[in-house]
Structures are given as C-alpha cells and as structure tokens.
Design a protein around this ligand. Structure first.
Ligand code: SF4
Length: 272
C-alpha cells in the first residue's frame, strides 16, 4: 500500500498528488527509492532512548533554512541507495543487519529519521519489517504527515519523536516554506499520542522564544499536559541560517534558561 501511495503521493501535507513512479516530483524531490546518508549509534538523543542506532534518510518535505544537515537532508540523491528506483532492495538488508547488530551490542532503540522519513515511507516500513519484534523502534518526524501516512504507520513504531518547531504559521512559512504548519503538526501530535509513546521536540531558535516556544509550550500544556517534552538548546547557525539575522548565531544561554523556566512554569514534563 505504501509503495502504491507513491502513484498519487499525499504522504505529507503538501499533498502534491504527483506520480513518483512516473518521474514526477514534488517539493521533496523524492522518487521511489530511498537513500541513507548517515547511520551509526549515537548518544545525542533523549536519555530515555539512547544509545540510539540512527538510520538517516536523505530528502525532506520542509525547507528549513537553518537545517543542521543541509544538502543531505534537502537532496534525496545523497547517500547510499537503500532501495532502488524500482523499489527493489539495494542495501536494505545490510542496513537492517547493521541495526540488528547494534541492538545486540547494546543500542536501546533504532531511530528512523531524515531529512524526513515520511517522504520515504515505503522504504522505512521495509526496514522496520526487518528488525526484531521486540526492538524499540523510534519514528523521528517533522510531524507534517497526512492521515494517509499515519494510517500506514499505525502500530509500527513504539516511540514517536516529533518536532514542533514553529509556534506560528508566519515563522513556519518564512523559515521552512510550509503553510498551515501549526494545524498540521497539532493534528499529528494528538494522533501520535493516542497510539504510541510521544516525545515532542522543540529546537530553540535564537530570537524565537516569544513567537515560537511560548505558543508551543502553552498548547502542549493545555492539550498534551503529560507528554514528554524535549527542549533542545543545541541550535547552530548552519546551511542558510545567515539569511535571517536573528538565526545567524548560536543560542544565547540566557534564552535557553528563560525558555526552560517558562516550560517549568507551565508544568511541562521536560525531559533530558
Ligand atoms: S512526500 Fe510530500 S512533497 Fe513529496 S511528493 Fe509526496 S506529498 Fe509531495
């Protein structure tokens, strides 16, 4: 079903309806096959998940100017061919084997991320199907998927780590070229919370405490009061961040402390 969905793709909220099997492309530029540009055991994710064996797909439906992985995330032609343009397995088995070995060596979870893995949902599901039933599988997403994508993901991943990057649609459109952002992300978060363990990530951006973090924190406090919230302070001015004066610097420590205090004041379940 996921492979067939690429014939009229509505996996993300851009809802392009392009036929990726026939060479048509949407804003993600992705075709049928998927590539992996990074794969290793990491210690930088949330403490409850790490060590994490991370499998990172290239290609994304958002265009965040401050993207830390830059071209690799934006360009689905980057990386090792996991599945071929006709959907057949290329390095799929070896990538799944590396994940299984990492689990056997002590990795606590396997995280599938990008870019944005929703763009490559068929290949991501092929990978998940090759991992042990008792493994903790983590879906790291920008939460910009559709109900159709969510239906295909139902019950597959134990944990959703979902970004809530922007607290308003104007910042989302200006910095990531995406519309109706807050409505779509909220819908995804509410759904994910009903069917899996949900961790909401917010990467603090310099100068965006009031316009982005405050409304995100207020909504989480009201609608998902017990959810685990990962407030990330590791912003770095990468890729095209220099196009925006406020973003062209690391996050001042004082902004992180104010943001953390705001989260605490709202009773959020902040996790390390
Ligand atoms: S994943 Fe999104 S951007 Fe890419 S073709 Fe499908 S609907 Fe369009």
């Amino acid at each position: 079903m996921a492979w067939e969905a690429l014939r009229c793709c509505e996996l993300c909220a851009h809802r392009c309806r392009v036929n990726r099997w026939e060479g048509e492309r949407g804003p993600c530029h992705a075709g049928v096959g998927a590539r992996v540009f990074h794969m290793q055991t990491e210690m930088a994710d949330e403490a409850v998940l790490r060590p994490v064996f991370a499998v990172t797909f290239s290609g994304c439906d958002l265009r965040c100017d401050f993207c830390i992985t830059g071209r690799a995330s934006w360009d689905p032609r980057v990386g090792t061919e996991m599945t071929a343009p006709d959907g057949s397995a290329k390095e799929l088995e070896s990538i799944a084997g590396a994940a299984r070995r990492a689990l056997a060596s002590g990795a606590r979870s396997v995280m599938i991320l990008g870019g944005e893995p929703t763009v490559h949902l068929p290949s991501a599901l092929e990978l998940a199907a090759r991992l042990p039933d008792d493994a903790t599988l983590v879906w790291k997403t920008n939460a910009h998927g559709t109900a159709e994508a969510r239906e295909l993901l139902q019950g597959v991943f134990d944990v959703w780590v979902a970004d809530f990057k922007f607290g308003n649609d104007a910042c989302a459109e200006r910095l990531a070229r995406v519309r109706r952002y807050t409505e779509i992300v909220r819908e995804n978060l509410l759904w994910a919370h009903r069917q899996a363990r949900l961790i909401v990530r917010h990467l603090l951006m310099p100068g965006h405490l009031e316009c982005c973090w405050r409304p995100v924190a207020a909504w989480l406090s009201a609608e998902l009061p017990a959810v685990e919230v990962s407030l990330r302070e590791g912003y770095w001015p990468a890729w095209f961040a220099g196009r925006h004066a406020a973003l062209n610097q690391p996050l001042p420590r004082g902004e992180y402390l104010r943001a953390r205090d705001l989260g605490r004041a709202l009773g959020l379940n902040l996790i390390p």
